[in-house]
Design a protein around this ligand. Structure first.
Ligand SMILES: NC(=O)c1ccc[n+]([C@@H]2O[C@H](COP(=O)([O-])OP(=O)(O)OC[C@H]3O[C@@H](n4cnc5c(N)ncnc54)[C@H](O)[C@@H]3O)[C@@H](O)[C@H]2O)c1
Ligand SMILES: [Zn+2]
Length: 369
């Protein structure tokens, strides 16, 4: 570039071309607390912050803390009121201040012990505290085990929507202990099961059929079956995340069932659980695919039969279909005014970025009532 006589400049280039290795291991088993404590003790962190919610604190937080202390690991418990309503900037700031007051420095580690709310919030705290400290996920709900603890999405909600502020920040490791599910109720189990079925539809027919044939054994927490299923879900999610960590393209496939699902959840004023809403979202999105001749009626029926078996049929009389359609238009995955869907092509294969007309959504929803 040629400068005029009146102009002059020099530049300094900051070269930070990096090769990063954010790989980590997910360990799945039972009775893992001693292993977890050994891992932490061997890692020589400065101080350990166990972040949890009020329910999980009583169930497992205090126990984990006492094992850590018995091994002479300096640790403190930080707990906030259980529930999505705590996934806010305010609660994040309170935890950060408490960490500072208790003398947590750059060499500390954050342990996220809890469901998806704890994982998202504690992970986001770890991503910004002292410009980033390591964190470990110990998921305690089935949903967190098969979905939120892997993949590095962390964040909080605002008054304008869910997960609007956050960071991609991968955990250092994940420990999944199925014994922690003993205290989880059936409704929370279903939230996880729906995501597992979703994984089957996205990527693995064999796994989908395995889930179909073993639902009761999963509810009964039969260890071998449960561990096998959780492992397969984690593998499917990790394969997707490895190819597209920041959700530029194929990671979107994990949103199957969620465009309609989130819209139903919101239209019900969050009266319907995430699992029920996404389960219904899977049914409706499968019917949309069938309507667009993208999936055969045999494959479509296979999906709908399993979801029916899971008893996820909701009463559409409780929600206004027009609200559901309106909510899909505000879905954060939309770009340039188009509502983009992930739709099943068969069990084990999906298409992403399918633009669907509002009229079709409305008609399929009406037929689903
Ligand atoms: N980061 C991601 O990739 C990702 C993916 C999916 C969902 N999420 C987020 O996850 C959150 C939902 O997670 P969730 O369904 O785990 O909800 P949650 O964390 O609110 O847990 C549900 C309830 O179960 C209780 N609980 C947790 N473990 C328990 C146990 N072992 N026994 C008894 N009770 C227990 C909790 O205290 C809470 O009351 C949402 O905020 C969602 O946005 C994140
Ligand atoms: Zn979900």
């Amino acid at each position: 570039m040629k400068l005029s006589d009146r102009e002059y400049m020099e530049t300094v280039k900051v070269e930070l071309l990096k090769k990063v290795d954010n790989s980590y291991r997910i360990t799945i088993g039972k009775g893992l607390f001693p292993q977890i404590v050994k891992y932490i003790a061997d890692s020589n962190y400065g101080k350990v912050a166990v972040i949890t919610d009020t329910n999980v604190s009583k169930l497992y937080g205090k126990k984990l803390l006492s094992i850590l202390k018995a091994k002479k690991v300096p640790a403190e418990l930080f707990s906030f009121r259980a529930g999505e309503a705590s996934k806010t900037r305010e609660v994040k700031a309170k935890i950060e201040d408490a960490l500072t007051l208790k003398g947590f420095k750059r060499d500390c580690v954050v342990i996220a012990l809890g469901g998806g709310v704890v994982g998202d919030l504690a992970g986001f705290v770890a991503s910004t505290y002292m410009r980033g400290v390591p964190f470990i996920q110990i998921p305690t709900t089935l949903l967190a085990m098969v979905d939120s603890s892997t993949g590095g999405k962390t964040g909080i909600d605002t008054a304008y929507g869910k997960n609007l502020i956050g960071a991609f920040y991968q955990p250092e490791t994940v420990f999944i202990d199925v014994e922690l599910l003993k205290s989880l109720d059936r409704k929370e189990m279903l939230n996880g099961i729906i995501e597992m079925v979703k994984h089957g539809i996205i990527a693995d027919k064999k796994y989908f059929l395995f889930m179909r044939d073993n639902i009761d054994r999963i509810y009964k927490l039969e260890e071998k079956i449960l561990i096998k299923a959780i492992k397969r879900s984690c593998q499917i999610k990790k394969e997707v995340v490895e190819k597209d960590e920041k959700e530029k393209n194929i990671r979107k496939m994990l949103n199957l069932g969620h465009t309609i699902g989130h819209a139903i959840e919101k239209a019900s004023g969050y009266k319907f659980s995430h699992g029920i809403s996404v389960g219904m979202g899977l049914v409706v999105e499968t019917k949309i695919a069938e309507r667009l001749n993208m999936i055969s009626s045999i494959e479509s029926q296979r999906i709908i039969d399993l979801l029916t078996k899971l008893d996820i049929k909701i009463k559409f009389s409780d929600v206004d279909i027009r609200d559901i359609v309106k909510n899909t238009l505000f879905d954060k995955k939309n770009t340039a005014g188009k509502t983009n869907y992930v739709l099943p092509l068969k069990v084990g294969k999906v298409a992403i970025d399918v633009s669907v007309k509002e009229k079709i959504i409305f008609e399929v929803l009406q037929q689903s009532t």
